[in-house]
Design a protein around this ligand. Structure first.
Ligand SMILES: O=P(O)(O)OC[C@@H](O)[C@@H](O)c1c[nH]c2ccccc12
Length: 260
């Protein structure tokens, strides 16, 4: 059993507990639920922003603890002022040390789109995402059927949420395309065995239909890589560890973008 299988088994139990504790009607009453969401497309393509989706990630299964000393408010506002087009906030606790409150806190202090970074396996989690202040949800092709991707992205659209579909190979990409997606993210990290290669993005690029925003995810640690990805046609760059490993991730991003 690989890590992704373990995460999904755990997530199913977590969602069952959450559903028993908090009803959809309760989630729908949360103040964030009825707000207007920010447009992922507008912020990603804005000329005065960097295209970087900057991630708040304390820990990962591949790296262990990356940084558990910083506050989500300091880091995400630092990212936003360094020119992030969007923020990514992990809400998985058992494997990434993220929390629901991290997303709520990031939402309270930022006026740019926020991705709820989690393993979505149930429509209930989309209602949570909206109620907790997210603008974007992640759907990971490796753990969902094409029918699930279709129905979850249609529900996301009806909630005003943007959808980032994550793929790692051509087969996942081709079976998962559906009209209600906003963006396609090529994960340079294989979540089954943790190997990384930015080549994955360059290889899959030409197979992504023109109407979707194109994001390269993971293992990006220098501005030359971003310049090459931009030249190939990528619109967005999801970066976590390269900033989070520093004592002040916002300042690290500010320094990094000088090289763009
Ligand atoms: O820290 P990195 O290598 O810059 O990667 C960020 C992001 O792409 C990565 O955290 C990620 C990509 N897809 C995911 C799915 C679930 C959890 C995490 C991820």
């Amino acid at each position: 059993m690989n890590i992704l299988d373990k995460i999904v088994i755990n997530k199913k139990k977590e969602v069952a507990v959450a559903k028993a504790n908090v009803s959809v009607a309760q989630l729908e009453q949360s103040p964030a639920f009825n707000r207007e969401t920010y447009s992922f497309r507008d912020f990603l393509l804005a000329p005065n922003r960097t295209g970087i989706i900057a991630e708040f990630k304390r820990r990962s299964p591949s790296k262990g603890i990356i940084n558990d000393k910083v506050s989500v408010e300091d880091v995400t506002t630092g990212y936003a002022s360094a020119g992030a087009s969007a923020l990514s906030v992990l809400t998985d606790t058992d494997f990434f040390m993220g929390e629901q409150i991290d997303l709520l806190n990031a939402r309270a202090v930022n006026k740019i789109p926020i991705l709820r970074k989690d393993f979505m396996i149930d429509e209930y989690q989309l209602i949570e995402a909206k109620a907790w202040g997210a603008d974007i949800i992640l759907l990971i092709a490796a753990i969902l059927t094409p029918a699930e991707i279709k129905s979850m992205s249609a529900l996301a659209k009806s909630l005003g949420l943007n959808v980032l579909l994550e793929v790692h190979n051509l087969e996942e990409l081709q079976r998962s395309i559906t009209p209600n997606l906003t963006a396609i993210g090529v994960n340079n990290r294989n979540l089954a065995d943790f190997t990384v290669s930015v080549e994955t993005s360059f290889q899959l690029f030409e197979h992504i239909p023109a109407e979707f925003l194109k994001i390269s995810e993971s293992a990006i640690s220098n501005t030359d890589t971003i310049k090459q990805l931009k030249a190939a046609g990528f619109n967005g760059f999801l970066i976590g560890e390269n900033f989070m490993k520093e004592a002040d991730p916002g300042a690290a991003m500010k320094e990094f973008v000088k090289g763009l």
